[in-house]
Design a protein around this ligand. Sequence first.
Ligand code: SF4
Length: 740
Amino acid sequence: QVGSQVVDKKVDSVCPFCGVGCLLTYNVKDNVIVSVDGRDGPANHSRLCVKGRFGFDYAASPQRLTVPLIRKAGVSKDPDLLNRLNQRMSEQGTDWSEVFREATWEEALALGAGQLKNLRDQFGPKALAGFGSAKCSNEEAYLFQKLVRTGFGSNNVDHCTRLCHASSVAALLEGVGSGAVSNQVNDVEHSDLIFVIGSNPTANHPVAATWMKNAAQRGAKIVLADPRITDLGQHAWRTLQFKADTDVAMLNALIHVVIEEGLADQDFIAKRANNYEALRENVQGYSPEAMAPICGIPAETLREVARAFAKAKGAMILWGMGVSQHVHGTDNARCLIALVTVTGQIGKPGSGLHPLRGQNNVQGASDAGLIPMMFPNYQRVTNAAAHAWFEDFWSTPLDAQAGYTVVEIMHKILAPENDPHKVRGMYIMGENPAMSDPDLNHARHALASLEHLVVQDIFMTETAWLADVVLPATAWPEKNGTVSNTDRMVQLGKQAIAPPGQAKPDLWIIQQMAQRIGAYASHTPSAPAGDWGRGRPLACGYAGEFDGVAQVYDEMRRTMHTAISGITWERLQRESSVTYPCLSADDPGAPTVFLDHFATEDGRVNLVPADIIPANERPDAQYPFVLITGRQLEHWHTGSMTRRATVLDAIEPMATASMCGGDLAQLGLSTGDVLTIESRRGQVTLHVRRDDGTPQGAVFVPFAYYEAAANLMTNAALDPYGKIPEFKYCAVAIRAGGEL
Ligand code: SF4
């Protein structure tokens, strides 16, 4: 019994939304989740935010895909039809007959895989690409990247990590040798100073924000550095509302103060850092007095914050996509690494580096190799030893060249016919690039231009509307699997409900696709689970069975033995959550890493000086405002799940732009009015609300709403290292009015 309701069963799982990874329990009655309780997990201690507690009924949405679909002959893939199709779906339900016809699984798989195979055989391995998903499990991510590498024959596999923390990971791998966090979020309990930059944790990582607020209550100083001041600012000791795009100027000024005022931890630097002299010389030109006019923060405030950071017993930096989604995102993160290094604020409790990972499994999907330049466990595909190891392990010849990234693949689809790397066919599992990519008109045109597109999802997303074959998959509560949260915790979710109609587990679908494409790795002594289930079909977790998922997990674990060899499937069933690195059955895991050495080749941190690089597109007379995009508390990413969650949609039913009162007055607008925002690439019309945390000269637009898709306007310019687009900065014009 839960409250006044008698339930059939209670099933332990993990929240499917953000990277905090709150453990929860589904209360199930008649194969429907009726409520959710927080569970005492190490990341949440029974706390849940509004998404975790009330966002569960998307799984029971009448808009679920329940049968395989094949595009009708001759039906246009015109991206301009997307909004009309979406609108009709939300008003009239799931009649897809204008675009698709229903098919059997056998027919859909034969066509979906068969056409991909034909393209590969005719044009070579580079003609295909795959996007997996950070919303899928580790096992699904692992199997998907294995299919692309062994079946398609290239490394053209990526997922939304390219759009969130790719630049952070590039800087972290270069600097400290590991792309994961050094300290867990609730380690802020031991911090004197918590430096939050480019992040809105009360909306995007709400339970993580509660640990920060608790720390502030016991006396820790929060510094919130962001062009847009959000709710956490109410708890901050200092808010640094720096001018958008000036991160490097501000951060170098802080490092300058630390060194100039003799606050650097010289002992730590001497023992554990490389390239300090180059860093010191570089920041000499970044005094707070010189940087104040650039970043907009008074020199004395910069000095005060730098002193407090250096003198704190423990100071931790947590950051979000305000840092990473710039053409200088890697440089921004390099500065953060330098700041903790020169102050010795890493390798001890309450300190360190924490890129707050966005989606529930973006950490795990990256760990599992769902990225074009790395095999599982961040082993470079260009590393001869790693390449040979995986060729042996999967018993298949593998491409030794890094694949293309998300945005590069969109360009490669539109490459000339004679380009040998032109991408002609794609398999997309659980991602929605027709909403999440930058410069959507370009991305949608690219997706619509594919000769063959297979989409595997739980809803008819904007991307699925452009598909040739749509395969209905299972939602998170309908399957067993593991996910890895922002804290490096591998956590187990158990199946609570049966999938609707003919929807199938993603692992089963990937395996069926692999068999039809011809990814038949042989059964060798070194790869006992690597045969795609030939002769041993994966059971995939129906009715509480773990066999198929456990097999895949175990195979993945063997490719990641330096990280998770001590986290067996049996242990996860007992403990639910185990932190890596964890190397043996009795290893409790390491919440804090780099205690005495970094994960680099020589064990020392590599400092990399950074200089100011301006945004790719600056405001001008024609486009005088800056567009900042991001998420909001109630809605998640492209909105495919949360906008179908009744409570969340009721709280935030429509897209709104946010602007400060001064700008609204200048434009003659008030909260609730309609405005049109236009960039060089596209425009949206939506309502506006007043938000005085948004800086003057800027407008904030969430990217979850198809009716006003913010990414129609964003710029696809890339950071050269992480290949992440500049979502956080482009030039727009704003006018009152427009047609909704
Ligand atoms: Fe889910 Fe994140 Fe909210 Fe926790 S904080 S309940 S993981 S959305």
